[in-house]
Ligand binder design. Structure first.
Ligand code: CMP
Length: 451
């Protein structure tokens, strides 16, 4: 298998990552021995508190699960780390221990109108770099003895956190993607939609091409976003590395198109998961939720096209906004005809989301000439060679395209002559390919089953 090249180099594994990895590999006591050592060393850490509480809960100590998770919500709110507070609240909800108090505390710091929100954009605290870290507790410490030590560390950490928050009020927090755009009532409804998922390192959470019914926010961790290689045997295209607070999975959710990329944890990660059905319900009452998702989707769609489509790639960053301005966004349902064979050209489409079938009809059985996905162009043959369309183009999935009207094409060709040459070559190549496919089809007269 081809490995995705790391974007910012390999991640540096921290001791808390090892604790999570042990726990996710079912060695909960091993994970707890390390998490407790870290919490004893750094009792003000919301994440050490969270992991220790979660493991105590998994090992049957419900009372300490509650104590630790409530403390994590408070400490994470104090630190300005909303995604982690939401994760702790969701685990409390799973254990039927959640109360409105945590939602209130999060809303008062992060919802629209909070005096704590600063006007600087940003992300919650990211992974700290390595200071010297403590060793795990002795492996002889097991069973009740280990649980007592963990419970004591948690109680002590909670006391230290209470004391710290008494002596200093929580400072300014950076506005959080999605949540800080919402008034307190919509904020609480949206927070309550998210569940928690723990993702081991190297595990893909989202697979390119699959159907998506969930959107995600990183509570703590790092995940790489990549696209399959354009040609077989090629190297996958690394798109981004997502850290704490990042939103992802919104594209398939909004468009019902297949997932546009694969998202893989590059360190053990804690991720918030919201189902489409639940997010649709909150968006019906809080249109801001839909707007934030749509804006993310639009930005990433363009970001990806700029890397995969030769027309957008050809423009310099300063020329790009004007170039994109020439296009309009079109949406198609599965089965819609985007181009009809025999009809005059009406413009050029760049597939942005989804997939299209290019189908030739010779009066008998239709032939599937190609299936094209994001980044590919359709409509150029008729447009450039100035003749009726030689094939149908039909949406194989719900599809979004960037569309350039025929009478705007000349302007593009003048401003970007190199693009015109590439489109011309593509048009001639595809025209020949389709003619060959059509004549082979006539000679062999084989049935082709369209999927
Ligand atoms: P979706 O297509 O549902 O699943 C894969 C996700 O990867 C996608 O939604 C986006 O959330 C995310 N993604 C795609 N392209 C990028 C990009 N260029 N930068 C960051 N995230 C991206």
């Amino acid at each position: 298998m081809v490995q995705v090249p790391p974007l910012k180099g390999a991640v540096e594994e921290r001791a808390i990552d090892r604790a999570l990895s042990l726990a996710l590999a079912d060695d909960r006591e091993g994970g707890l021995r390390l998490a407790v050592a870290l919490l004893e060393d750094e009792p003000l850490s919301a994440f050490n508190t969270f992991v220790t509480a979660w493991l105590l809960g998994a090992l049957g100590r419900k009372q300490h699960l509650e104590l630790g998770l409530r403390a994590s919500v408070e400490r994470a709110v104090f630190d300005g780390n909303l995604p982690l507070a939401i994760a702790a609240h969701a685990l409390l909800r799973d254990a039927e221990l959640a109360s409105d108090a945590e939602l209130e505390s999060m809303a008062s710091a992060f919802a629209k109108g909070s005096a704590r929100i600063s006007d600087k954009r940003g992300a919650p605290p990211q992974m700290a770099s390595s200071a010297k870290e403590p060793e795990a507790l002795d492996s002889k410490l097991q069973g009740d003895e280990l649980l007592e030590r963990a419970a004591a560390a948690l109680t002590k950490a909670k006391a230290a956190q209470d004391e710290a928050s008494l002596s200093a009020a929580g400072g300014q927090v950076t506005p959080q993607v999605l949540f800080s755009a919402l008034d307190p009532a919509s904020f609480k409804a949206t927070v309550s939609v998210f569940d928690v998922r723990f993702v081991p390192s190297n595990e893909p959470l989202v697979n390119e091409g699959s159907v998506g019914n969930e959107a995600f926010v990183v509570a703590r961790g790092e995940l790489d976003v990549s696209k399959r290689a354009a040609a077989p045997g090629g190297v996958p295209l690394a798109l981004a590395r997502l850290g704490n607070g990042a939103l992802f999975g919104e594209m398939a959710l909004l468009s019902s198109a297949p997932r546009t990329a694969t998202v893989t944890a590059c360190r053990p990660s804690v991720v918030l998961v919201g189902s489409k059905a639940a997010l649709d319900r909150v968006a019906a009452k809080a249109p801001e939720v839909g707007r934030v998702f749509a804006e993310f989707c639009r930005r990433r769609m363009l970001d990806n096209l700029v890397r995969t489509n030769f027309i957008l790639k050809s423009a310099s960053p300063s020329e790009r906004p004007a170039l994109i301005e020439r296009f309009t966004v079109k949406q198609f349902n599965q089965g819609d005809k985007i181009i009809s064979q025999g009809s005059p050209p009406d413009g050029l489409h760049i597939v942005a989301l989804g997939e299209v079938n290019v189908v030739h009809n010779d009066g008998k059985d239709p032939t599937l000439v190609a299936r094209l996905g994001p980044g590919e162009v359709v409509g150029e043959v008729a447009l450039i060679l100035r003749r009726p369309a030689i094939t149908d183009v039909v949406a194989h999935h719900p599809t979004v395209t960037l569309f350039l009207q025929r009478d705007r094409f000349l302007g593009l060709a003048r401003a970007h002559p190199k693009v015109f040459v590439e489109l011309y070559e593509l048009a001639v190549h595809r025209d020949q390919e389709t003619a060959t496919a059509a004549s082979t089809e006539a000679a062999e007269s084989e049935d082709f089953v369209l999927v």
